[in-house]
Design a protein. Sequence first.
Length: 82
Amino acid sequence: MRTLKTLKTLRPGVEARVIRVHGGGALRRRIMEMGLTPGAAVRVRKIAPLGDPIEILVRGYALSLRKADAALVVVATEAATG
């Protein structure tokens, strides 16, 4: 079962797939140019001590995003079954 969240809410080590990028104009385009397009696999690598920025792995490279930008990226995580 998939769970939809924003990239901002994920904890380190969690993997997800990008579903949608909110926002408009140049900001949305900039986020998508960095590789955060629908279907892209991402993994949260670490979060800075004060919570901002967030470092993620996407398309084979590390990317740091501000929390405000990460809040615009909707991702799906696989819920654990047990």
